[in-house]
Ligand binder design. Structure first.
Ligand SMILES: [Zn+2]
Length: 370
């Protein structure tokens, strides 16, 4: 299960003597051909070994881990996920498989630490939507995450039919039905709040007949009302694709307004908020453990320097490490190191779209705790 706790464990993992294979694969292209995954995976791992210059004693270990990954793809892998992440280091007893709800670019990295960046994007709760669709008697709950719609549960309360109510007056019968509808909606509202507490999501969308969805909204817990983003006109019997399609406009609007707001908060802080922007200031804030939310521009590379000895990060062109005095090396992209530092300090990591202005100050900034 992809969650913050597991990722923290991966972030803290480090081996000096051995190597960790971090293997990512997007799934869907070869749906019916399992063999194709294996061939593809073999190639990815092979070039990662060449790139990392694996030789000597560790070569055998890495090859054994690689074989385990290929065996997994052949034997155990059912191919229902959209993406797959595997972390393997047999000598240190590390073997973790994550089936991911979203596709990831194929990639393999062999290093002394796991490569967790693509996982960080997946825990960003701000991008998880909950869609509930209800009528007078049924309800369905879905999560919508980066385009992936998953049905989570099925709630079903029966409203009594006419035939059982022989001798009742019209008025009494109506009250009886209303009691059931109220109880059903209360049950939906409670289930949603439990779900929110258990797994967390950043946004809520409600679908169903107009009168019913409004009634559900009114009895929701105030937390859920706060993250409510809009109503959609769908039926409980609509297909998951139809519901996702109806929600897509709200999702798009929410994501871009989030990107805009977050970028604005960093570039023009108001009131109590303390923020930093640009690589230099952000590194400083991370080193002082002051970051509450690290904000990165999606798909933006952040060139920098890294100490060959202590892995301190600095701005591009830095020659000598300010911590240990060792030589610094130019690196194409330091965004993953920044994200690791942040998650290691229990800070949040959020990604914003390009085009709202953060890319003009180096593609990175942060909201600080103090
Ligand atoms: Zn150093």
């Amino acid at each position: 299960m992809v969650n913050r706790k597991n990722i923290m464990r991966l972030l803290q993992f480090r081996t000096d003597k051995h190597m960790v294979i971090s293997f990512y694969m997007g799934i869907g292209v070869y749906k019916s051909k399992r063999k194709a995954y294996e061939i593809e995976a073999k190639d990815i791992i092979k070039s990662a070994m060449a790139e990392a210059g694996i030789g000597g004693d560790v070569k055998e270990e890495v090859e054994a881990d690689a074989k385990r990954i290929l065996d997994f793809l052949r034997m155990d892998f059912m191919g229902r996920a959209r993406g797959l992440a595997i972390f393997a280091c047999e000598p240190e007893n590390l073997w973790q498989v994550y089936r991911l709800p979203v596709t990831v670019p194929d990639r393999c990295v062999i290093d002394h630490v796991p490569f967790v960046m693509p996982m960080l994007k997946i825990v960003d709760e701000g991008r998880r939507f909950c869609v509930v669709v209800t009528d007078k008697e049924k309800a369905r709950i879905f999560t919508l995450y980066l385009g992936e719609m998953t049905e989570r549960t099925d709630l079903f309360d029966v409203v009594p039919g006419w035939h059982k109510q022989g001798g009742w007056s019209q008025a009494r019968y109506q009250r009886h039905i209303e009691d059931h509808v109220n109880r059903h909606l209360k049950h939906v509202a409670d289930s949603l709040f439990d779900f929110y507490k258990r797994e967390g999501f950043g946004h809520l969308i409600i679908g169903g007949p107009q009168e019913i969805r409004t009634r559900l909204y009114r009895i929701l817990h105030s937390y859920l009302q706060r993250i409510f983003r809009g109503f959609i006109s769908v039926e409980v019997t609509s297909s998951a694709d139809e519901i996702a399609e109806a929600a897509s406009k709200i999702v798009e609007e929410t994501e871009s307004s989030q990107s805009r707001l977050l970028t604005q908060r960093i570039l023009e802080p108001k009131g109590q908020h303390i923020t930093v922007k640009g690589l230099k200031e952000t590194i400083g804030a991370l080193e002082e453990a002051r970051v509450h939310t690290l904000v990165l521009v999606e798909h933006e590379l952040i060139p920098g320097s890294m100490c060959t000895k202590c892995e301190k990060i600095d701005v591009p062109g830095t020659k000598v490490c300010s911590l240990c005095g060792s030589e610094m090396q130019a690196v194409d992209d330091v965004s993953e190191y920044l994200a690791r530092l942040a998650v290691g300090q229990d800070a949040e990591v959020s990604y914003v779209s390009n085009g709202f202005g953060l890319e003009r100050v180096g593609g990175v900034g942060a909201i600080l705790r103090w």
